[in-house]
Design a protein around this ligand. Structure first.
Ligand code: URA
Length: 243
């Protein structure tokens, strides 16, 4: 345990004298609570925030998990349902990058890096996401044309998508379609298909940016490699520039 003003000074934020002034002025929070008492002792586990800036030197971690269907993408669930975090190591303050629906499976990034998360999900950065859709009904030529040229519905305007028909089952009137979209609107794929008069039977996200589900069974995860993290960041720059 160290004195708060010493910890702040050692983090290189300011001198110890200035740190004392900031503490007394109510500019320092420890674990979310303003602390004005000089000499308060803190440990490495305490989160110290000075003028809104965290001193935490927490190692940044980046995972990809193949989210199983029947799990939610929040940190906690008031209904006590299984969350994707139940599958990941417990010790870090990690959270999912964006969301997949409860019944959707597939690639989900999980991290404790807020800046990275922002880049991955902000509409301006536009990373491609590919979904495998098990569809009830068949997409017509006109449906495909509309998807490729930017589907407009009563409620939404969607950007152009890439469409690949993978399988057709005429007997059961079903189709497997791969759809690549650059946006991440709420229930986007299901809403797009519904607007075309079709129901999604199963939805799986096969890839997010350059990260695919390859080698990961449902519930399995791995750490992202350094070059994958770099590539994701780079993709967000170049995709964002296309706007
Ligand atoms: N689109 C959907 O409709 N659901 C998801 O979970 C992801 C994309």
């Amino acid at each position: 345990m160290e004195r708060l003003q010493k910890v702040i000074a050692q983090a290189g934020i300011c001198s110890r004298r200035k740190a004392e002034e900031l503490i007394q002025a109510g500019k320092v929070k420890v674990n979310g609570v303003i602390v004005k008492t000089l000499g308060t002792k803190v440990s490495g586990k305490d989160e110290v925030v000075v003028n809104g800036q965290s001193l935490s030197k927490e190692e940044k971690v980046y995972y990809v998990i193949n989210k199983p269907k029947g799990t939610i993408c929040s940190v906690h669930d008031e209904k006590d349902r299984k969350t994707v975090l139940d599958y990941l190591p417990k010790e870090e303050r990690i959270y999912p990058v964006g969301r997949l629906d409860y019944d959707t499976s597939g690639v989900l990034l999980v991290t404790n890096d807020g800046k990275f998360t922002h880049r991955m999900i902000h509409p301006k950065f536009n990373l491609p996401k590919t979904y495998v859709i098990n569809l009830q009904g068949m997409l017509s030529g006109e449906d495909i044309y509309r998807l490729k040229n930017g589907l407009n519905t009563k409620h939404e305007k969607y950007a152009p998508a890439k469409v690949q028909i993978k399988q057709k089952d005429y007997t059961r009137d079903r189709m497997i379609v791969e759809l690549t979209i650059h946006e991440g609107k709420n229930h986007q794929v299901k809403n797009m298909m519904e607007a075309l008069g079709h129901q999604v039977r199963r939805l799986h996200r096969k890839s997010f940016g350059c990260i695919s589900d390859e080698g990961l069974r449902p519930g399995e995860y791995r750490r992202l490699k350094i070059n994958e993290i770099k590539q994701l960041k780079k993709m967000s720059e170049t995709e964002g520039e296309k706007k």
